[in-house]
Ligand binder design. Structure first.
Ligand SMILES: [Zn+2]
Length: 338
């Protein structure tokens, strides 16, 4: 038995005898805390071979299982309830959980929202507004250039690369994504877009991978909250503070123009330590944001005496068993992540 198989059977036993439930209960009375989950895509990889599997967090079956579990064992809350509690209004229920989804993939519209609706969960969608209506995120275009062009060699901004074998393709994709994250959005699209339209030919359906404004308006009408995840999804620490401010303002204005209102909430692209710094936090505070979401493990805590909060979120991953999922939604998460 491997270590992870051993750990998993131990966790299953812990779940069966009620230990994880006991751990959950040690934090149930905290009315100022919540667990915030982050998903990107919910899909079956085999059904969408034209996109990288990298951002798939769970299959639709697993997602349904997790949402069913949340609705039975926790108290899913909406972002409006979290904002109200943060303003000193009604405290959160015990065991509060907020489901968030990043980027604006079509699977939010096709799968995530319908499942959430079935279980009475109000998800919060963070969109990078430049890609709404655009069909495909730039990083998926790079994936398609490398994996679907059929070329053996590719001229890239970092030199000529062989992409004949699967191993080479995987390596070059990693290398290219890394390099392109360091250049401006206009520089990267200058390379990606023309090559992509020349080399990659997909059906209309395969080109519809991001949500449209009409879909977002329909989702809004069903109670989905939509908030800013910047305009072009850069790592904000790698651009100037003024550019970062523009990224945030443009996306906030577009959301307001297209959907009528824009919430004072924001999620950092990437969201890990490398993507966040104090100057950016101060900028978001000065632009009127109130809740700023990171992607770092921990249980989020509200301090109603403060108007501004930065909140941790738990990244969901594939192959996470239900006992693992449950264990992460206990106060132990703060200890596990420290
Ligand atoms: Zn993102």
């Amino acid at each position: 038995m491997t270590t992870s198989a051993w750990k998993n059977s131990l966790l299953s036993i812990m779940e069966r005898v009620g230990v994880i439930n006991l751990l959950q209960r040690t934090g149930s009375n905290d009315r100022n805390s919540l667990y915030i989950l982050t998903y990107h895509r919910v899909e079956r990889p085999a059904e969408i071979p034209w996109l990288s599997e990298a951002d798939i967090n769970v299959t639709p079956e697993m997602f349904e299982e997790q949402m069913k579990f949340l609705s039975a064992r926790y108290h899913p809350v909406s972002i409006e309830e979290v904002l109200d509690a943060a303003h000193g209004g009604t405290p959160l229920p015990g065991d509060a959980v907020l489901v968030t989804v990043d980027d604006g993939y079509r699977s939010f519209y096709d799968t995530i929202q319908p499942v959430c609706q079935t279980y009475g969960i109000s998800p919060l969608l963070f969109v990078s507004t430049a890609f709404v209506e655009k069909g495909t995120f730039w990083w998926d275009k790079v994936y398609q250039i490398v994996f679907l062009s059929g070329l053996n060699e590719l001229d890239t901004p970092i030199g000529r690369r062989s992409i004949a074998t699967l191993k080479e393709k995987q390596y070059v994709l990693r290398e290219l994504l890394q390099a392109l994250k360091n250049v401006s959005f206009s520089q990267l699209t200058e390379w990606v877009d023309p090559i992509h339209s020349e080399l990659v030919h997909l059906s209309e359906d395969q080109e519809h991978n991001t949500v449209t404004w009409d879909e977002l308006r329909e989702l809004r009408a069903k109670g989905v909250a939509v908030a800013s995840h910047t305009h072009t999804h850069p790592l904000l620490t790698r651009i100037s503070l003024e550019e970062a401010r523009r990224e945030v303002k443009v996306s906030q204005e577009l959301i307001k123009r297209e959907l009528g209102t824009a919430l004072p909430v924001f999620a950092f692209p990437d969201g890990k330590m490398r993507a966040v710094n104090q100057n950016l936090i101060d900028m978001l505070n000065s632009e009127g944001f109130e809740l700023v979401f990171l992607l770092q493990d921990g249980r989020a805590r509200l301090h109603p005496e403060n108007r501004f909060h930065t909140l941790p979120r738990l990244a969901m991953w594939p192959d996470q068993t239900l006992p693992q999922f449950h264990l992460r939604l206990t106060p132990l998460i703060n200890w596990m992540s420290s």
